[in-house]
Design a protein around this ligand. Structure first.
Ligand code: ADP
Length: 479
């Protein structure tokens, strides 16, 4: 089974990775913070209490020792009372520490040991440490010192525990900080790489699609595009390729049809033309002026149809790339002069002038004279067709600074071409909407010219605005 990941799927995967990293980081942070809270709770509930209670115990023992001595010397009952309350305080503080022991909280075994010693001492003295008239120390100094030493030891152990807990707190804190930073770093990395990957996986097929769509409007026709991705772009590409191949097939069928038609029409047309010409010349017998007039019209119309057929055939030839260019070095000045000479009668018939504005010398160009003349005829022919009678058409040329290219400009004072039509006029069979019904033409002249200029390695274009005439230009390599 093929894995199909559409754009939504890719976005979802990217988003899921983000969410995973986010929750992973939060989980690590949570575990660490939870541990830190537990440690600090331990310090507060156990170690801090042990520390202050043990301090009180030592103070109580010292108070007991001091008051015991005073009482034995001065025999004042106050000292006895002080002793008793200090002992009470000692036992309370000790009780506080022992009371901390529970299932969750464990206290040091030293406290239990101390408790055993204390209980043994109390039971050995019959449960009463204080005897009113005893002359002896109730608790021998050595025993008190021993107790103080033991409490101090347990206290130090407690402090060590606090220190270790602090160290653990610090370690956990740093770990939380580090994991937060690592999570952030990975998110940034995933964000950047994922973004780049997504952009790449969308922009690349979009570019391919764009190039494919653009190729439809180019003369060479639509090119198939190669997008292998399994997402929506892949589907668009497949749909595009199907449409493109159908277009190609239709184009081929159209060309075949026109070609067949042209051949089929051409033969009988030639016979008709020859017959008409024979009748006009009187070979078939005398004709009167009226008949001659009609035969002249028929001859003219047949000529137009022949011309149209020739253009169609030429366009088909160009389409199948059989245009053979044989460029030779050509001096543009006499070449243009000669070409204009040939076209002037047609211009004069409409009362238009064709004027060359060329310098005395120009760099030579590499061109096929016959084909280039066809370009001049097409463009100037259009200029004559679209210009009002009595206006002039101008031909000029410019070379670039380094003399590597020569550009010809042909301008007229005709109606101009709207901006939105300028990109279509070089397409095959394109004719402006407004002129289709009332002007001669099949929309092939500019397309043929473009083919010829591009076959020379040049470029062709137009600058025009409505009401201000048009200027066609084409650039050719110079020698
Ligand atoms: P055709 O002249 O046979 O219609 P072309 O390919 O020569 O075909 O021209 C295509 C279209 O370009 C024309 O139909 C016309 O709309 C426009 N065009 C060409 N030359 C001019 C011009 N000099 N002035 C205005 N429009 C022009």
């Amino acid at each position: 089974m093929k894995l199909k990941t559409g754009i939504t799927g890719k976005l979802f995967i990217w988003y899921s990775i983000f969410v995973l990293i986010f929750f992973g980081t939060v989980l690590v942070l949570y575990v660490n913070v939870h541990q830190m809270m537990r440690i600090s709770e331990d310090i507060m509930n156990k170690n801090y209490k042990i520390s202050s209670a043990s301090k009180r115990m030592i103070e109580s023992l010292l108070t007991m020792e001091e008051n015991e001595k005073k009482y034995l010397i001065l025999r004042k009952s106050d000292y006895l009372n002080y002793f008793i309350s200090a002992q009470k305080e000692f036992e309370e503080s000790f009780g506080d520490i022992l009371g901390l022991e529970s299932r969750e909280t464990k206290i040091s075994f030293k406290w239990k040991e101390m408790n055993k010693i204390y209980q043994q001492f109390v039971s050995a003295s019959g449960g009463v440490i204080v005897s009113n008239y005893s002359k002896k120390l109730w608790i021998p100094e050595a025993v008190i010192d021993e107790w103080i030493r033991k409490i101090s030891e347990a206290r130090s152990e407690n402090e060590l525990e606090v220190e270790q807990a602090n160290r653990e707190l610090n370690r956990r804190g740093q770990m939380a900080l580090r994991s937060g930073l690592v999570g952030l770093g990975i998110s940034i990395l995933v964000g950047l790489l994922g973004g780049r990957f997504l952009a790449h996986s969308m922009i690349r097929p979009l570019r391919e699609l764009l190039a494919g769509i653009r190729s439809i409007s180019k003369a060479r026709g639509s090119e198939p595009i190669h997008i292998r991705s399994k997402d929506e772009f892949g589907e668009v590409a497949r749909a595009y390729n199907e449409t493109a191949s159908r277009l190609k097939e239709e184009k081929r069928m159209r060309s075949d049809f026109i070609s067949m038609l042209s051949h089929e029409i051409r033969t009988p047309l030639t016979s008709i033309r020859e017959s008409v010409s024979l009748i006009r010349e009187g070979i078939m017998g005398e004709i009167n002026a009226r008949q001659g007039k009609f035969l002249e019209i028929a001859d003219l119309e047949i000529g137009r149809v022949c011309d149209l057929l020739n253009r169609l055939m030429e366009a088909l030839r160009l389409e199948s790339n059989t245009l053979k260019i044989q460029p030779v070095p050509l001096d543009p000045v006499p070449f243009v002069a000669g070409t204009l000479e040939q076209i002037r009668p047609a211009a004069a018939a409409k009362n238009n002038g064709v004027e060359a504005q060329l310098p005395d010398s120009l760099p030579h160009i590499m061109a096929d004279a016959e084909h280039l003349q066809r370009v001049f005829f097409n463009i100037i022919g259009n200029a004559i067709k679209f210009s009002a009678p009595g206006t002039n058409i101008f031909v000029r040329a410019e070379h670039d600074e380094r003399g590597k290219t020569l550009t010809f400009f042909i301008s007229d004072n005709g109606p101009g071409i709207p901006d939105e039509e300028q990109s279509f006029i070089f397409n095959k069979y394109y004719r402006a909407r407004g002129i289709r019904d009332h002007m001669d033409g099949v929309g092939l002249g500019l397309s043929i010219s473009k083919h010829i200029i591009e076959a020379h390695g040049g470029t062709i274009g137009v600058r025009s605005s409505v009401g201000e005439g048009s200027e066609f230009y084409f650039k050719l390599p110079a020698v």
